[in-house]
Design a protein around this ligand. Structure first.
Ligand SMILES: Cc1cc2nc3c(=O)[nH]c(=O)nc-3n(C[C@H](O)[C@H](O)[C@H](O)COP(=O)(O)OP(=O)(O)OC[C@H]3O[C@@H](n4cnc5c(N)ncnc54)[C@H](O)[C@@H]3O)c2cc1C
Length: 397
């Protein structure tokens, strides 16, 4: 026998960061909310985030920390629900936290505390959970929507889609949100893995693969994305914060152009090399004063620079100086969704209201969080987008 149809004001699909924020916000406004997730555990991405301590926001978050086809889209939501607002919630729940670096706030103890916070806020709004519960489809009805699930149908005037991106598929990621958007005629900017390690082709790997584990302070850039943070060699290519950050821009611009790496940021390389022009010391030995020795040797060897400075031709010395400030590296690809922290692209913001996240052409249908074409830098920005966009939809749905 078919289960009886249930009625709710709002159905939220996806009980991750954005979905729980939207559900609790709508529930606390007095809306009857059903929150559905197909996965067995609550808030898995939050649990594994920030090395288990959840980098839950960044005090410096502005629209400039996000990539999107429409970089201004996130402004309104971020202004209406700021990092300060989420910090106030964290403090209300007595969660101790600290700033690690560059405005990044982490829990002192555990990311599980953020999940508990969100569950309590949902309970405070009387949110009804259905988890695990598979959504079979969403259809339009005269006064709203019918959400078909493996636990029966739910009729609702609003549906909030918070199914996230495609990263880490083994903990519940699906393309459901993109398909639903397309079903309702919304455009989707093709998704790609971002904040992701980059791979080398066999030739580059033969040159630099055995540097795996070596890290250095570098500035990595691709077009307008420019980040000075650690760079790490891996057995597959490059990683570390500066590379993860720049990977998003590399992906956004078609993954076709090289990444530019300043190996000695803040150093005036030419006068330094010129001052040692007559030295019998190998260039790699000199560079090892400012770079990891293994890297200096490998890099000089691979590029034909490993000679005593006095024996390097003017042309080669100039080439070395140039490459130290702008080492051009062409990655062969990324390590994909299993290793990516976020998904670039998603539901095209041109079809959504920046104030409420509601689809302009489908009143009552909302998209929030990572499923939307708004992708943050590394450092707490992606969660801030989940909170801000979740709050925006939860205040309107
Ligand atoms: C390893 C890792 C570490 C990270 N660390 C940080 C960090 O420290 N700081 C930061 O800001 N960001 C971090 N991020 C990014 C951040 O986790 C995400 O941007 C954020 O979780 C997105 O929130 P969301 O609610 O949109 O999606 P998600 O948190 O991914 O939630 C989506 C939910 O939808 C559910 N779902 C999917 N498909 C369906 C379906 N068909 N039916 C029903 N439910 C469905 C999923 O089970 C999931 O519960 C990290 C990401 C990873 C992978």
């Amino acid at each position: 026998m078919a289960s009886p149809r249930k009625t709710a004001d709002v159905v939220v699909i996806g009980a991750g960061a954005a979905g729980m924020m939207a559900a609790s916000t709508a529930g606390q406004r007095g809306r009857g909310v059903v929150l559905i997730d197909h996965y067995g555990k609550v808030g898995e991405k939050i649990r594994i985030s920030g090395g288990g301590r959840c980098n839950f926001t960044n005090v410096h978050a502005t629209h400039r920390n996000f990539l999107s086809r429409n970089p201004d889209f996130c402004r309104s939501a971020l202004a209406r629900y700021t990092p300060r607002d989420f910090i106030a919630l964290v403090e209300k729940h007595g969660i101790r936290y600290h700033e690690k670096t560059l405005g990044q706030l982490f829990c002192d103890d555990s990311a599980l505390q953020i999940i508990e916070l969100l569950k309590k806020e949902c309970a405070g709004g009387g949110v009804e959970w259905r988890q695990p519960c598979a959504v079979q489809g969403v259809g339009r009805e005269e006064n709203g929507f019918i959400v078909a699930t493996d636990q029966g149908e739910i009729a609702a005037s609003s549906v909030v889609v918070a199914t996230g991106g495609l990263t880490v598929p083994k903990i519940g990621a699906t393309p459901f949100g993109y398909r639903l958007a397309e079903q309702f005629g919304l455009a989707v900017v093709p998704p790609k893995p971002a904040l992701v390690p980059l791979s080398f082709d066999p030739e580059l790997l033969a040159r630099y693969g055995d540097l795996s584990g070596v890290s250095l302070d570098a500035t990595a850039s691709c077009r307008e994305g420019r980040f000075r943070e650690a760079l790490l060699f891996t057995h597959r290519g490059l990683s570390g914060p500066s590379i993860l950050q720049v990977s998003s821009y590399w992906q956004q611009h078609g993954a076709a152009e090289p990444i530019h790496i300043d190996l000695l940021p803040g150093s005036d390389v030419r006068p330094w090399l010129a001052s040692q022009r007559r030295s019998k010391v190998l260039l790699s030995t000199l560079l090892a004063e400012r770079l990891p020795k293994r890297f200096a040797q490998q890099w000089c060897g691979a590029n034909g620079f490993d000679k005593p400075l006095a024996e390097l031709s003017d042309r080669l010395l100039e080439e070395a100086a140039q490459a130290l400030g702008d080492w051009k590296v062409q990655p062969s690809g990324t390590l994909g969704y299993n290793k990516a922290e976020v998904t670039l692209g998603g539901v095209d913001t041109r079809g959504l209201s920046s104030k409420t996240m509601e689809a302009a052409a489908v009143p009552g249908l909302y998209f929030i969080g990572e499923v939307v074409d708004v992708t943050g830098h590394l450092g707490g920005f992606n969660f801030q987008w989940a909170w801000s966009s979740g709050y925006a939809a939860g205040s309107a749905a």
